[in-house]
Write a protein that binds this ligand. Structure first.
Ligand code: ADP
Length: 395
């Protein structure tokens, strides 16, 4: 078992920088949790507090129900993989992987057995006698992971481990770390600024901004039901399009007026907008949730001028400007359009998301709540596990 619980964890650096503000995160045994957010949002600080590399200014950190705020890193039973790999250049791969066990006075045979086992899992058995400088970036990354594996820690921590690799290798290592998680069945906490890594690897994503948790949820939960405009824009690529519209109502539909065009939204599609009639709201639509329209359809299409066309083979990204707002649409590659020419995109209104202009919270029929407390997160996770167990029993 290896659960990690952050209760109201806060970090204030010398000089007064509030880097992490009352973070509540419950990490379950064997869960793969990704902390994601733009640079400076506090994700590395959070990870380093879990590792014990950074003092905790407030709140409580538990590993397996044991309060570890003041427990030194070496006694926390965790292993961390760093962005720059932190390998010892003068040691061979074998020695690098063995080092942590050696200083912990493990017997020689046990060290050898663990290093060989890890090397096999990572497919680096041929490299054990090499020095780091004779390895490629991807191989170094594997050695860094190997050094963590041999420790058989309760929890693995990863701090942007793939950001020094080229794009192709990153995709490959992403899959390797996911498969490693399946093999080792260990609890893993992974920090990245890359939302694609978060979406593809995580069981659960924690989105942060300016030291504050914005949302915690499964990848598709965040994609389908972002809590606020920040999460909506951060998760998904290219990002969700936003426009501020004036909302009015005509008969059985709302009218969202952008200025250059109007979109009619049937009341039954978004009844939650009723209190916003007469006000401005933010209308969000993902690039994948629009369709190319050969001509403008009043009340239905987003109309503007093409600024850029990006053919990607499997799809085309078309950029449109209305003068006030920019939009990106993912459209069929067979569609032809000319830069500077008119273009219209038909949004799938069932997929549109709406945001309060002041709070930036998403407007849903059942309103989004606060970030759940640790106890609420535990209760929700236990309910989910019970439901899954019941479903498995039925099969
Ligand atoms: P991220 O990992 O999301 O990029 P960090 O956790 O590294 O963000 O940083 C969060 C905030 O704390 C930033 O404003 C950063 O400038 C600040 N910070 C990080 N390390 C220190 C430090 N040692 N002293 C003072 N401020 C720091």
């Amino acid at each position: 078992m290896a659960e990690v619980t952050l209760r109201e964890i806060t970090k204030i650096y010398d000089g007064g920088v509030l880097a992490v503000d009352k973070a509540n995160i419950e990490i379950r045994d064997r869960e793969f949790v990704v902390l994601v957010g733009p640079s400076g949002c506090g994700k590395s600080t959070t990870l380093r507090m879990i590792a014990g590399l950074e003092d905790i200014s407030g709140g409580e950190l538990y590993i397996d129900n044991r309060l570890v705020n003041d427990v030194p890193p070496k006694d926390r039973d965790i292993a961390m993989v760093f962005q720059n790999y932190a390998l010892y250049p003068h040691m061979t791969v074998y020695e690098n992987m063995a080092f942590g066990l050696k200083i912990r006075k493990f017997p020689k045979e046990e060290i050898e057995q663990r290093v060989k086992e890890a090397a096999k899992i990572l497919d680096i058995e041929e490299l054990l006698d090499r020095k780091p400088k004779a390895l490629s970036g991807g191989q170094r990354q594997r050695v860094a992971v190997g050094r963590a594996i041999v420790r058989k820690p309760k929890v693995f921590l990863f701090d942007e481990p793939l950001s020094n690799l080229d794009a192709k290798l990153r995709v490959q290592m992403r899959a390797e770390i996911s498969s490693l998680h399946n093999k080792l069945q260990a609890t893993m906490i992974y920090v990245t600024h890359d939302q694609v890594e978060a979406l593809t690897m995580a069981d659960k994503i924690v989105v942060m901004k300016l030291g504050l948790i914005q949302q915690i949820g499964a990848p598709l939960e965040l994609y389908n039901r972002p809590r606020n405009k920040f999460v909506a824009g951060f998760i998904g690529s290219p990002p969700m399009n936003f426009m501020v519209v004036e909302l009015s109502k005509e008969g059985d539909h709302f009218v969202a007026d952008e200025g250059a065009f109007k979109i009619n939204i049937p009341v039954e599609t978004a009844p939650q907008l009723e209190p916003y009639v007469g006000k401005s709201i933010t209308f969000g639509i993902r690039p994948e949730d629009v369709e190319f329209s050969p001509e403008p359809i009043p009340g239905k299409t987003i109309d503007g001028t093409v600024t850029v066309i990006e053919p990607l083979g499997s799809e085309t990204h078309i950029y449109l400007s209305t003068g006030k707002n920019q939009f990106i649409g993912k459209i069929d590659p067979s569609v032809t359009a000319a830069v500077d020419g008119p273009v219209s995109l038909l949004p799938d209104l069932a997929k549109a998301r709406f945001f309060d202009l002041d709070t930036e919270l998403a407007i849903y029929e059942d309103p989004v709540g606060d970030i759940p407390t640790v106890d609420e997160q535990i209760a929700a996770a236990e309910a989910k596990e019970a439901a899954e167990a019941a479903a498995a029993e039925q099969n």
